[in-house]
Design a protein around this ligand. Structure first.
Ligand SMILES: CC(C)(COP(=O)(O)OP(=O)(O)OC[C@H]1O[C@@H](n2cnc3c(N)ncnc32)[C@H](O)[C@@H]1OP(=O)(O)O)[C@@H](O)C(=O)NCCC(=O)NCCS
Length: 218
């Protein structure tokens, strides 16, 4: 059988620590999710419900249940086993060494497709300072580089102006509208599809951000 998915212990690009990259909000580093992220993860997400819930896939149980400190270990464990199988690169975003959100490269398919999606969220304590854009640039460069992928896509609700801006600033191209695509905040929501191939990334998204004066090496 062709190697559609990665193989245990042979996942190029995992684990990895990416950055540091300086942006207006502080110094961004992207590193693998950890079991001990649970406290900050839960505190942040319980506080930021209004900021996050509108844009995230619906889940079972209440927001408080889904984001309690007890719900992190099983999520972390599931992400870690997907990462070990080469199907996902689940990262925590830190700003100045503090927990600031998550960015995940998911549904990694290899063989002739070599494609994945990217998804992210940033804490209200760190938004509007270039953090998500820097994290996307670091992760996409890594995915096209060491991880050997060829295409990354992202889907976003048209109303999510901040996230559309992140993808546009990072260099993604809008490809179309997926109607009633994903169950988000309790209903089937249209999503814009954005894509980027390794050829389009050229010298890299991080290098482009730096050239545009939006980030700098620390
Ligand atoms: C979307 C999100 C990740 C952006 O994170 P961030 O670190 O603030 O992103 P950046 O600072 O790199 O860029 C955000 C851009 O959107 C703009 N922006 C932010 N909020 C905005 C709003 N409400 N309306 C219009 N523009 C907005 C910012 O000004 C910035 O653009 P600029 O650099 O041209 O000024 C963050 O707001 C978030 O986590 N939202 C909730 C979860 C979510 O939407 N995840 C993505 C799902 S597809």
């Amino acid at each position: 059988m062709s190697q559609l998915y990665g193989v245990e212990g042979r996942h190029p690009g995992w684990p990895a620590k990416l950055g540091p990259l300086r942006v207006p909000a502080g110094v961004v580093v992207v590193r693998p999710v950890r079991l001990r992220d649970g406290g900050e993860w839960s505190r942040t997400r319980l506080r930021d419900r209004e900021h996050l819930e509108e844009w995230e896939p619906s889940g079972t149980g209440t927001w408080a249940e889904r984001n309690s400190v007890w719900s992190w270990p099983p999520q972390w464990s599931a992400l870690r086993s997907l990462a070990r199988r080469g199907q996902c690169l689940p990262f925590t975003i830190t700003v100045d060494g503090r927990f600031a959100g998550q960015i995940t490269v998911g549904n990694v398919i290899r063989a002739s497709l070599r494609s994945a999606w990217v998804g992210y969220w940033v804490s209200t304590s760190a938004v509007r300072g270039g953090v998500a854009t820097a994290a996307v640039a670091l992760v996409v460069d890594h995915a096209f580089g060491v991880s050997g992928l060829h295409r990354i896509e992202a889907t976003v609700r048209p109303e999510n102006t901040a996230s559309v801006r992140v993808l546009t600033k990072a260099g993604f191209r809008q490809e179309g509208l997926l109607q009633r695509y994903l169950d988000v905040a309790g209903d089937w929501r249209d999503h814009l599809l954005f894509g980027l191939t390794a050829e389009e990334a050229g010298p890299g998204l991080t290098a482009r951000l730096i050239a545009a004066g939006l980030a700098d090496y620390e």
